[in-house]
Design a protein. Structure first.
Length: 222
């Protein structure tokens, strides 16, 4: 898919009402879950940032958003550095400068596993030794058919395959949740902030029952 087509696709997929719901969800996710892995003094990279919900919300000293969408800068909040470019290169980011990298619902959109491996190698290069990588995405084990409802899904992944990919590319996985969040905010459950908080608070019950996406936390080996 051409880069200039991305914005059109995402606008078709997520109408303004969906966008508002997503922002509310991400605010709670960052405050009640992801913030535990991000130090306020960190330099944080959001790879495949999309509408920048994560990187605009997370508290960090330096924030960088990378996406192929040419409209990226219009979504980035003040103080967020927006880089429109290829994820497998990250040529504008020096080696060993990122404390924490994050990628959500992005790897499955890459064209093939060769490119996916190149992306993980790039992440390994820019992360500091001991730096953290957070990855979340749809778990094909939990979504045998619905996974393909999105035209730009190319690579089926599970938490286990992600674990293997990261291990062979110089990472040690320290947390692996096969079931984390529901597949999409377009589901039947309302995305009210208090309900998202309750979902996270009751994770020992809600994750196994409703989770369709995996979450993997890894560290770059020193």
């Amino acid at each position: 898919m051409r880069d200039e087509s991305l914005n059109t696709l995402y606008q078709h997929r997520f109408d303004p009402k969906d966008q508002a719901r997503k922002l509310a969800v991400w605010k709670v996710l960052c405050e009640d879950f992801f913030s535990q892995f991000v130090d306020p003094n960190d330099t944080v990279l959001d790879l495949g940032a999309g509408f920048c919900e994560f990187i605009n919300t997370i508290q960090a000293a330096n924030r960088i958003a990378v996406d192929a969408n040419p409209e990226l800068a219009t979504f980035a909040a003040p103080g967020v550095r927006a880089i429109c470019g290829k994820a497998e290169e990250l040529s504008e980011i020096p080696s060993n400068t990122i404390d924490t990298a994050f990628s959500s619902n992005f790897f499955e959109h890459l064209p093939d596993k060769k490119v996916l491996s190149a992306v993980v190698e790039s992440l390994h290069r820019v992360l500091k030794p001991g730096g953290k990588l957070m990855v979340m995405g749809p778990n094909i084990r939990c979504l045998p058919g619905a996974y393909w409802d999105y035209y730009d899904h190319h690579i089926p992944l599970t938490s286990q395959s992600m674990d293997e990919l990261l291990f062979v590319n110089g990472f040690d996985v320290v947390m692996n949740l096969p079931r984390f969040l529901p597949y999409t905010i377009k589901g039947k459950l309302p995305a009210w902030p208090w309900l998202v908080k309750a979902y996270l608070a009751a994770r020992w019950v809600t994750f196994p029952l409703l989770g369709k996406q995996f979450f993997v936390l890894a560290r770059k080996r020193p």
